[in-house]
Design a protein around this ligand. Structure first.
Ligand code: MBD
Ligand code: FE
Length: 282
């Protein structure tokens, strides 16, 4: 078979939209009439104010309308919302947390990745490209207690910036795993360093970025959901010191506490880093 499937915005958007539809939140947002009234009224008032101050024309109004229609057709609402709004939702949700910092989940999480032991290599292809990375640490409670049986759910892009199940040709669970920490909360994950992620340039989000003269990049990152019995789950990401776009993430999701500084492995290939997680009781 000589046909090579290309990663397209519409295909990854459709997969992200489908994934979002499957997602069950533990608390479903209630439809409180007064809350809807307040939030939607204020959102519209902000838009009205922008139209007046900038004297938005009918031509611009029509461009907006056709773009909004196309975002839906491309399945890019999950991408758009997670890149340009989720960081503030997360900021509000996490403002009273004492433990490790969280950040946005983004559109590419898949639950129920293969369960792996406390020391494990993430599922990857033979000869997976990229610098080998040993990512290890300990999960503790805010009072310092090691958390037995903590879970480190990890997913990240490959050396080309692609996520399994959102780009063609990758094994189903490539670079995704649910690592069960040991009885002291320790984990040791062998993987490769991900590459920076570029928002697809052939979809609506890419067209917006080009039209506004922005760049389309997120810094290289590991995604994590860390949890333990009796504690609050934390959704976070970790970045790499000195990496491209760490200071200029299009999704505004970098925090100083989330930047790793791996060091070269003494007697081998690649790098290693230790990073601990502290969970709030919950
Ligand atoms: C990503 O990989 C990501 O993490 C976010 C938040 C948005 C788009 C792509
Ligand atoms: Fe990501």
């Amino acid at each position: 078979d000589t046909i090579t499937e290309q990663a397209t915005a519409a295909a990854s958007g459709a997969a992200a939209t489908e994934q979002f539809r499957n997602k069950q939140r533990t608390e479903t947002a209630g439809v409180d009439t007064r809350r809807v009234d307040t939030l939607v009224s204020e959102l519209l008032a902000a838009a009205h104010d922008i139209i007046r101050r900038h004297k938005v024309t009918y031509a611009e109004y029509d461009v907006l309308k056709s773009w909004l229609i196309q975002v839906g057709e491309d399945g890019e609402w999950p991408l758009f919302l997670d890149v340009w709004l989720e960081n503030v939702v997360e900021e509000v949700a996490g403002e009273n947390r004492e433990g490790s910092k969280g950040t946005i989940e983004g559109p590419y999480y898949i639950p129920d990745a293969p369960i792996l032991p406390a020391e494990a290599t993430l599922p990857m292809r033979d000869g997976e490209e990229g610098t080998p990375l040993l990512f290890q640490g300990q999960v503790t409670s805010v009072d310092g207690t090691p958390l037995s049986g903590a879970t480190v759910d990890i997913w990240h892009a490959d050396n080309d910036g692609y996520y399994s199940q959102f780009a063609p040709g990758l094994p189903e669970w490539n670079l995704r795993g649910t690592v069960i920490a040991d009885d002291q909360g320790h984990f040791k994950i062998h993987t490769i360093e991900p590459a920076p992620y570029q928002i697809p340039t052939d979809g609506s989000c890419g067209r917006l970025i080009a039209a506004a003269g922005w760049h389309a990049w997120r810094p290289a990152h590991l995604h994590l959901k860390v949890s333990a019995p009796g504690h609050q789950l934390i959704t976070t990401q970790l970045y790499f010191q000195g990496g491209s776009y760490v200071e200029d993430d299009i999704a505004s999701a970098v925090k100083p506490e989330l930047i790793l500084a791996p060091t070269p492995v003494a007697d081998g290939d690649g790098s290693e880093v230790t990073h601990d997680f502290v969970l709030d009781k919950g």
